[in-house]
Design a protein around this ligand. Structure first.
Ligand SMILES: Cc1cc2nc3c(=O)[nH]c(=O)nc-3n(C[C@H](O)[C@H](O)[C@H](O)COP(=O)(O)OP(=O)(O)OC[C@H]3O[C@@H](n4cnc5c(N)ncnc54)[C@H](O)[C@@H]3O)c2cc1C
Length: 495
């Protein structure tokens, strides 16, 4: 029976990045992924020659000198076909029919918006200076404790909504500045300032798509891990963690095979991790209950649309379209609600043409909206569900069509996914898009540490610190530091 230094549950970004760092540092690593393909939210699928992204669509801060550049340099991901979005407008925010441009660079960002909000020019400067400071200090977590506490933790304990109200006096501008935030759940009572500031800042630095689909990130990481001597297994559903003398001694796969290990990292939702530990001396009921009760962020509905050739001009930007103002109310679910907003993401044309073959429309979707079909499985959810998805896709197309007049006539096929799809493919609780919901006023319970009460079981992934590609990458270093020490992990900054 093989015995590894580290077994990693889940081959999403977090699991693969941990595997990369540990294998690079000489540890024997085995990554277990339940699906036939790796990647989790980085997965793509191909239909009739067109590639579609399922989760991840764009990243920020990848230009030289910016945080993700340094991180992706370490992970050897810089050579992938990254495609920079328009610097003068990487995101267009449309609220009530009025459009505002988000420009790259802190000064340009403030100046562009100040043209529409001249009375708020100084406030915009202060706002962007604050965001820049948060971004510039992202690696302070690798420095001595005092600084780290001052920076990340103090901002996690502040309300993003209150910060906006204190900094920006114009309510319309507050909405605009929140306009690219479908990348997080805009919850006035909960969203920590750190999440809001770090994510928005990274895109102000620079914004990038990947030509050909997000799976190239997981493929590249997997290739590197195997080159370092690591093992990766797909169709390996972890069904149990076996505890002996208070430590996890082995991992059970697909209900029968057992692999021995010294350490385990779980890249899956923390509540699912707890369910895998069926018998434990070390895991108290109080910890399990705490993890199980953590609320999750909302899910996403996606309509992946393939388009007829030469019909819809490619836009090198994202469109965030809101039907009405009051963006911070979007996280409040009301029964039978219609889609109120849509993020339009264009696929970079692979043939270099000026027209795109695929756009994705994304809108938040709550678990309550699909709860009646929770007992069903992929492809067997029944007619009512198919009708519900068709209706939701139509609502999204209706919103997007007002801004892309060619869209309706160009549609070839529409493929849809809901939080149920995520629950069944990536295993995320309630199909949540961004994992555990952090709450600035309940930091002790919602901001999870990689450590668990079982000394050799660690957590990683989007439910811990910050979600998204930047956040999951940062968290992977904190998790690895628990096994090989922060000194070794921090060395990556110097490479
Ligand atoms: C619709 C959507 C759009 C997004 N857009 C962006 C974006 O544009 N930019 C950005 O930065 N971020 C975006 N994100 C967020 C980002 O994609 C995620 O934060 C990140 O990819 C999560 O990575 P992860 O490793 O934590 O989890 P996951 O990707 O969920 O990986 C977990 C893995 O574990 C596997 N697994 C689960 N249970 C088991 C088991 N028992 N045994 C073995 N394997 C198991 C799953 O199959 C999966 O592969 C988006 C997310 C969504 C949902």
């Amino acid at each position: 029976m093989s015995k590894y230094d580290v077994v990693i549950i889940g081959g999403g970004l977090g699991g693969l990045e941990c595997g990369y760092t540990l294998a690079k540092n000489g540890l024997s690593v085995c990554i277990l992924e339940k699906n036939p393909v790796l990647g989790g939210c980085l997965q793509t699928f191909k239909r009739r020659g067109v590639t579609f992204d399922t989760g991840f669509h764009y990243i920020g801060g990848l230009s030289e000198g910016q945080p993700l550049h340094r991180i992706f340099n370490y992970f050897n991901l810089l050579d992938l076909p990254w495609h920079k979005l328009d610097e003068e407008a990487f995101d267009d925010i449309t609220i009530n029919g009025e459009t505002f441009h988000f420009a790259n660079g802190h000064e340009q960002f403030a100046e562009t918006l100040a043209e529409k909000f001249p009375n708020c020019a100084n406030e915009l400067k202060k706002y962007t200076a604050f965001l820049k400071n948060v971004g510039d200090n992202i690696f302070s977590s690798f420095e001595p404790r005092d600084h780290k506490e001052f920076f990340a933790e103090s901002l996690f304990a502040r309300s993003a909504y209150d910060f906006l109200n204190e900094t920006i006096s114009d309510s319309k501008l507050r909405d605009v500045l929140s306009g690219a935030s479908l990348k997080m759940e805009l919850n006035a009572e909960k969203l920590p300032l750190y999440t809001f500031a770090q994510i928005n800042n990274s895109f102000i630095e620079s914004a990038w798509r990947i030509k050909g689909g997000g799976h190239q990130i997981s493929d590249s990481l997997a290739k590197s891990i195997e080159a370092f001597g690591g093992t990766i297994r797909t169709k390996a559903n972890v069904t149990r963690l076996i505890e002996k003398d208070g430590l996890i001694s082995a991992v059970e796969i697909n209900g029968d095979e057992v692999i021995e290990t010294k350490h385990v990292i779980s890249n899956i939702h923390p509540a699912n991790t707890m369910e895998l530990v069926t018998e434990s001396q070390a895991l108290r009921k109080i910890y399990r209950n705490r993890i199980n009760r953590l609320p999750n962020t909302y899910g996403m509905f996606t309509a992946n649309i393939s388009l007829k050739e030469d019909c819809v001009p490619y836009k090198n930007k994202n469109l965030y379209i809101y039907q009405k103002s009051g963006l911070w109310d979007i996280s409040k679910y009301t029964t039978g609600q219609k889609a109120q907003c849509v993020l339009v993401s264009y696929q970079v044309p692979e043939d270099g043409k000026q027209f795109t073959r695929n756009i994705d429309l994304l809108t938040p979707m709550f678990w309550e909206e699909v709860e009646q079909w929770t007992e069903s499985t992929v492809g067997r959810r029944g007619e009512a569900y198919e009708e519900f998805k068709k209706q939701k896709a139509e609502e999204c197309i209706e919103i997007a069509s007002k801004h892309i007049p060619e869209l309706r006539g160009a549609i070839e096929h529409v493929y849809t996914s809901t939080p149920l799809s995520y629950r069944d493919y990536t295993g995320t609780k309630e199909g949540s898009a961004y994992g555990v919901q952090k709450d600035y006023s309940q930091l002790m319970t919602t901001l999870l540490s990689p450590k668990t009460p079982i000394q050799n079981l660690f957590l990683t992934g989007q439910s811990l610190n910050l979600h998204g590609i930047l956040g999951v990458s940062m968290t992977s270093f904190f998790t690895c530091a628990e096994i090989i020490g922060m000194d070794k992990v921090a060395l990556f900054l110097k490479e």
